[in-house]
Design a protein around this ligand. Structure first.
Ligand SMILES: Cc1cc2nc3c(=O)[nH]c(=O)nc-3n(C[C@H](O)[C@H](O)[C@H](O)COP(=O)(O)OP(=O)(O)OC[C@H]3O[C@@H](n4cnc5c(N)ncnc54)[C@H](O)[C@@H]3O)c2cc1C
Length: 379
C-alpha cells in the first residue's frame, strides 16, 4: 500500500480543500438540505469523481475519493452536506454502477453523476435495522412485475431523493436469500415520504418512506432476484469504508481550532497549552484521528484492490465514528465555556457526529463483524 499521493491526487485534494473553503464554509449552521452547496459540489465534480466515464464521471478509485472528501471536510464543508453527498454516492450511485442494468444506468447514471438526480439507500425497517432478516417490506410477484408494500425509516436524503435503492423480501420464507434490491423512483404511485426530525446533521435530512402497494415493473430489480444481500453488502461496504472520511477532515479542522484556542488563551502561567493535561488531550485527539484515517485509507484501498470486504470496512467505520464522538467531546472539554456557545460550532459538531455511531450499522454490529473475523483472513 503506497500512500504517496500522485501529483494528480495532490491536485484534486488541494482543489477540493480550496473549493470547500471558498464555496462551502457555512456562515451560519445549515437548517436544511443545502441546495446551493449540493449544486456547487456537483459543478466541482465531487459527485462525478468515482462514477463511471459512461455516466460523465471520472472513474476515480475509492482511495482518491476518500482523500477528496477528507479535503472537503478540512476545507470547511458542513457535515450534513458531506453526509448527504456520501449517502447518495456510496449508498446508492456506486452500487447502481455495479449492479444496474444497461436500462437503469441509462435512466439514472448521468443524473446521479451531475447531481440533478439525488439517490438514497432504504434498508432500515422500523421494527429494527440491525437484524436484516426482519425486513418487513415485501415485493411480491415475479416476471410480470412486483407489488412493493411496507416501510423504510431513517433514510438519509429521503425528503429530497429522486430514486430509492430499496431492499425488500421477494421470498419472505427464505430469509437473507429471499431479499432483492429495487430502484424505485420517487414519483411511483403509492410511495409517500414522511420527513423525520433529528438533533444533528440537518443538512442531511431523513425520512420514513412508505410503500402502499407500489406496482414495479420487472426492470425495477437491481441485480438478479435474491441478490438483495449482495447489493446491500456493496452499499454498506462503500458506506462503512468511505462515508466518514469527510467528517475526519472536519475533525482535523476542529483540532486545529482547539489548538489555536489554547495557544491564545492564557492563565497566570502562560498559554493554556502549557498544561500537560491540555496538551495530552490534544495529543489523544491527534492519535485517534490518525488511527481512524489510516483505517479509512486502508478500507478504501481494499475496495480499489478488490479485497477485504468485511473486516476492513467494519474497522474503519468503528474507528472513525468513535474518534469523531470522542474528539467532539474533547473539543468541548478543551474549549470549555466559549466552546459551548453556538458561534464555536462545537456543540453542534457533537450533535452531528453522534448519529455516526448508528449509521451504516451500529457500533455493536461492527464489533460483531470484527469478532467474527478473528483468526479468519478477510477474503
Ligand atoms: C445518522 C443516521 C443515518 C442513517 N441513514 C440511513 C439510510 O440512509 N438508510 C437506511 O436504511 N438506514 C439509515 N440509518 C439507520 C441505521 O442503519 C440504523 O439505525 C442501524 O442499522 C441500527 O438499526 P436500529 O436503529 O433499528 O437499531 P436496532 O437494530 O433496534 O438496535 C438497537 C440496539 O441493539 C443493538 N443490537 C441489535 N442487534 C444486535 C446484534 N445482532 N448484535 C449486537 N448488538 C445488536 C444495537 O447495536 C443497538 O444498540 C441511519 C441512521 C442514522 C443514525
Amino acid at each position: 500500500m503506497n500512500l504517496d499521493w500522485t501529483p494528480e491526487q495532490q491536485a484534486l485534494i488541494a482543489e477540493a480543500s480550496r473549493f470547500a473553503h471558498d464555496r462551502l464554509l457555512p456562515r451560519d449552521r445549515p437548517t436544511a438540505f443545502d441546495e446551493a452547496g449540493w449544486r456547487a459540489c456537483a459543478e466541482h465534480g465531487v459527485l462525478a469523481l468515482p462514477l463511471p466515464a459512461a455516466w460523465g464521471g471520472r472513474g476515480e478509485g475509492a482511495l482518491t475519493t476518500v482523500a477528496v472528501f477528507e479535503a472537503l471536510g478540512r476545507g470547511g464543508a458542513d457535515r450534513g452536506l458531506l453526509f448527504a453527498l456520501g449517502a447518495h454516492l456510496f449508498g446508492c450511485a456506486l452500487p447502481i454502477s455495479r449492479y444496474g442494468s444497461a436500462h437503469q444506468q441509462a435512466r439514472w447514471g448521468t443524473g446521479l453523476a451531475d447531481g440533478s438526480a439525488i439517490g438514497a439507500l432504504a434498508i432500515t425497517d422500523p421494527a429494527g435495522g440491525s437484524d436484516l432478516t426482519l425486513m418487513g417490506a415485501r415485493a411480491l410477484g415475479g416476471t410480470e412485475g412486483y407489488v412493493l408494500s411496507g416501510e423504510k425509516t431513517l433514510v438519509t436524503n429521503g425528503p429530497r431523493a429522486d430514486v430509492f435503492l430499496v431492499i425488500a423480501a421477494t421470498a419472505p420464507d427464505r430469509g437473507p436469500l429471499g431479499l432483492s434490491a429495487f430502484l424505485v423512483p420517487r414519483e411511483t404511485p403509492g410511495l409517500s415520504v414522511e420527513p423525520l426530525g433529528a438533533p444533528g446533521l440537518p443538512g442531511a435530512p431523513m425520512a420514513t418512506i412508505m410503500f402502499k402497494e407500489c406496482g414495479l415493473p420487472p426492470a425495477a430489480l437491481l441485480g438478479p432476484v435474491g441478490a438483495g444481500m449482495k447489493v446491500m453488502s456493496s452499499s454498506l461496504r462503500w458506506e462503512r469504508s468511505c462515508l466518514l472520511a469527510g467528517f475526519l477532515g472536519a475533525a482535523e479542522r476542529d483540532l486545529q481550532s482547539c489548538l489555536a484556542h489554547v495557544r491564545a488563551r492564557r492563565d497566570r502561567r502562560g498559554p493554556l497549552l502549557k498544561h500537560e493535561a491540555v496538551a495530552h488531550r490534544l495529543a489523544r485527539m491527534k492519535l485517534r484521528l490518525e488511527a481512524a484515517r489510516w483505517l479509512v485509507y486502508r478500507a478504501a484501498w481494499n475496495i480499489d484492490e478488490g479485497r477485504g470486504v468485511l473486516l476492513a470496512p467494519a474497522l474503519a467505520k468503528l474507528a472513525a465514528s468513535e474518534c469523531l464522538v470522542d474528539n467532539a467531546l474533547d473539543a468541548l472539554r478543551i474549549s470549555a465555556g466559549p466552546g459551548w456557545l453556538d458561534e464555536a460550532g462545537l456543540a453542534s459538531a457533537l450533535r452531528d457526529v453522534v448519529g455516526t455511531m448508528s449509521a451504516s450499522g451500529t457500533t455493536d454490529v461492527q464489533l460483531s463483524v470484527i469478532a467474527a473475523s478473528l483468526g479468519v483472513e478477510d477474503p
